[in-house]
Design a protein. Sequence first.
Length: 453
Amino acid sequence: MNRWMFLLIVSIASFLTPFMDAVMKVVIPVIGLEFAVDPIILSWFSTSTLLSSALLYLPIGVFGDKRGRLRIFRIGLLIFSVSTFLAGLAPDEYIFLVLRFLQGCGSAAIGTAGVALISGVFPSNERGLALGINVSSVYLGLTLGPVLGGLTTALVGWRPLYIAISLMSILALYISIRYLDAEELLSGGSFDYMGSILLGVSFTSLILGLSLYPADVSRLSLAVFPIATALFIIWEYRVDDPLIDIGSVIRNRLLTFSVLTSILTYSASYGSSFLISVYLQYIMGIDPLVTGLVLISRPVLMALLSTLAGRLSDYIQPKYVVTIGLSLDVASYMMLSLLGMETSLLYIIIALALLGIGSALFSSPNTNAIMGSVEKRFYGLASGFAGTARVYGQTLSMSIISLVFSLYIGGIEVSTIDPGLLISTIDLLFLIFAVIVFIGIFPSILRGDLDRR
């Protein structure tokens, strides 16, 4: 198959999960009001999906290296299709949370396998361009999601929207089965199931500990985290075919510093859209449609510029492109930390546009650096690291929000919170995000150079 046609098909499928994610940014307040939940449960509507994705990205990437990435890609589309359809029929918040968790499982398979497949098809001197085009499709989903999500929710509600996305996913699954074919260079060997379980326990305990604080289960989870992490490291050093060759990863500075940069960046960027959506709808009283139109100011620039940024990273070392992007992100978060009762929409749009430019300069160049840091037969592992770093950061972002909400607001229903208290909490969170991204500049510039050979 022609590699550009292959890229087109994978990019179409890769469009769906960020489209769903963007839709959630707009409809999540509406769903929260329908189910009458507090802010902590509201944030878990996003965190549940991120958690499942974070648990599976790396194991799925390694499994794809050993058993076939195209198969994983199709299974992911199937899981995402079914769980999205059922989520649209969910009778209460608890079933909805479970189905959101399953959506994350499907998203992890689609995202990991898709990037690995594209990286395997294109040569190194075109990989940045190909990844940039794929990232543009992701951001196109983020761009259209708020608009279509807001419009559909305003006209017919959020449930028909979920059903429609499910049907789109089924169509993408059919196309992938009918037309996609690839010769894959696989690493072989056995799969480290125990390592995957220990890694999952480690991360789950950390996220639950942060998200549920100060409940007793939070303290228990935080106590489990270092124990599970230590057991995972010990196991990985002892097993013959580990999930992660920790020694090799540590010695690979380009990989480790790129992954660290990604975690820090997404720890801030993901929660920003959630906070803006809450601010616009609960403080300014703006409906979901207008909220969606405001939110697209960021992803539309990401969609337009990501291909260019990816191509730049084929000629300029990714560390320089990424560092410029992170500097723009810091400036944007500082602007958003000054939101008040009468902040203009134009001010918010400018801040989000600045964040969109910075994110475009970060995403595809950073992914190019990660994929170029390993041999071709380990592209699934590298893609797993890229996806894991992104979703770990995104999950931490929502956990930070849950933690700060818990400390400053508690279990008050969102519709009854004092506006002044809500604004001050949102401002504090954006200031925290600015500090996190500023820290991320240092591993970005110190990561080393990408080998062009």
